[in-house]
Design a binder for this molecule. Structure first.
Ligand SMILES: C[S@@+](CC[C@H](N)C(=O)[O-])C[C@H]1O[C@@H](n2cnc3c(N)ncnc32)[C@H](O)[C@@H]1O
Length: 397
């Protein structure tokens, strides 16, 4: 059977905290959940599902198609068991591929050695079959194979995405301390916001949150923006299926939502960057950008969510200054946020305490190696706001 035929395991890696939301996305796309782990979700399907997932998923990092699973205790066995696979189904003799890996095997000190053995098996097979060999190297813009080797258990995948799916294609200038697009989308999905109410984003930086919100509200999938995936370099690849999926997605978009999306930042340069990103994401016409202190952010009637990712300072001395910002932000929420639910994403719990409101829920994530949390504060009308007291205990999710 051709290596792209049949139903295979499909693994979607994600960052810590994201898996429950990724599973939900997969279920919404009618994919079965075989296993949910801390940093991946496994499903099963055909290769056309792989295309759908690459285009649709907002929270996953990449889509891995399992080619084989077997046992190997050392690099020679690894090579011997990889050789019989029909690599010529996937790689053309004049093509290019790279190999990535996660290896925990006692015979391997440097995972690059395991990658070389994978490369050798592919190249030797192609040379024997076709008389020529493909090139290989570190670039991930063509075919990518991923080796997962734990003790003697080997799983070999085709990484069908190539560069991470966080790279949607709209953010060329990341600005300062940007959120990854996949994490921004996860935070919005966690909040339960579905595009039917206003989205207000003070301290928007490069605009990742508000742009992901606009895409979600318009039912525009990430695959409408991104142009390149690793699967496009497969031997015999035909673009018709991808084009059909994109055309269907374009027809399913709902550009005319009657809500307001407002993003503000004190730094005019950041507002400029955010506007340029929104133009590339084709959502600039639905977002109102304003340069102002967060306290001046317009908060329209009708309710919705107030989403914010303030700086959380990792350098000494910054925390004291930022305490004032968080305290002022709490005052802003109390004064202007009635009828809204506020969400603050921060990597500093001490600073979050300065907001002076008790979070109703918390979710834990990892942002570039820093443990972060999303805290939710429902804000009712004036007198119902419950200020935080010292005896309050958080109510973890
Ligand atoms: C951590 S960044 C936000 C990053 C954003 N989530 C992104 O993906 O690019 C925090 C932003 O808050 C802005 N900021 C800091 N103090 C502010 C204030 N007092 N009023 C409005 N914006 C402020 C900064 O200019 C910066 O762009």
């Amino acid at each position: 059977m051709h290596l792209l035929e049949g139903r295979h395991h499909i693994v979607v890696p994600c960052s810590p905290g994201v898996a429950p939301f990724l599973s939900r996305e997969l279920r919404d796309l009618k994919m079965p959940i075989i296993e949910e782990r801390a940093t991946s979700v496994t499903s099963k399907g055909g290769f056309s599902d792989v295309l759908r997932l690459n285009l649709n998923l907002r929270t996953g990092q990449r889509v891995l198609w399992r080619l084989a699973a077997f046992k190997a205790s050392d690099p020679d066995q690894l090579y011997e068991k990889l050789m019989p696979l029909a690599w010529e189904d996937l790689v053309t003799p004049d093509g290019y591929f790279s190999v990535t890996s996660v290896v925990d095997n006692p015979t391997i000190r440097d995972s690059r050695f395991a990658n070389i053995r994978v490369k050798d098996a592919i190249v030797d097979r192609l040379r024997r079959r076709c008389g020529r060999r493909p090139d290989s190297g570190p670039r991930r813009d063509k075919l990518v194979f991923h080796l997962f080797w734990q003790q003697d258990e080997v799983k070999i995948y085709l990484d069908t995405s190539g560069p991470t799916l966080a790279q949607r294609g709209y953010r060329l200038d990341p600005g300062k301390a940007p959120l990854r697009e996949t994490l921004a989308a996860t935070l919005i999905l966690a909040s339960g916001w579905n595009g039917s109410k206003n989205f207000v984003n003070p301290m928007c930086g490069s605009g990742t949150l508000v742009i992901e919100a606009a895409l979600l509200a318009q039912n525009r999938i990430p695959g409408l923006l991104r142009e390149a995936y690793s699967f496009q370099s497969l031997a015999g690849y035909k673009s018709a299926e991808l084009r059909t999926l994109q055309a269907q997605a374009r027809r399913a978009a709902r550009p005319d939502r009657k809500i307001r999306l407002i993003a503000t930042d004190i730094d005019p340069q950041m507002i400029q960057v955010a506007k340029e990103n929104a133009v590339r994401a084709e959502v600039d016409d639905v977002i109102e950008f304003v340069t102002c202190d967060f306290a001046e952010t317009p908060v329209p009637e009708g309710g919705g969510v107030l989403f914010c990712n303030p700086e959380y300072g990792v350098r000494l001395g910054e925390e004291e200054e930022l305490k004032i910002t968080y305290r002022r932000f709490g005052d802003f929420l109390k004064q202007k946020g009635s009828g809204y639910e506020a969400f603050i994403f921060s990597g500093n719990r001490n600073l979050l305490k300065e907001v002076g409101l008790r979070p109703a829920r918390r979710w834990h994530f990892d942002n570039g190696g820093i443990a972060c949390e999303l805290a939710a504060y429902p804000l009712y009308t004036g007198s119902l706001i419950k200020p935080k007291t010292d005896s309050d205990q958080p109510n973890p999710a």
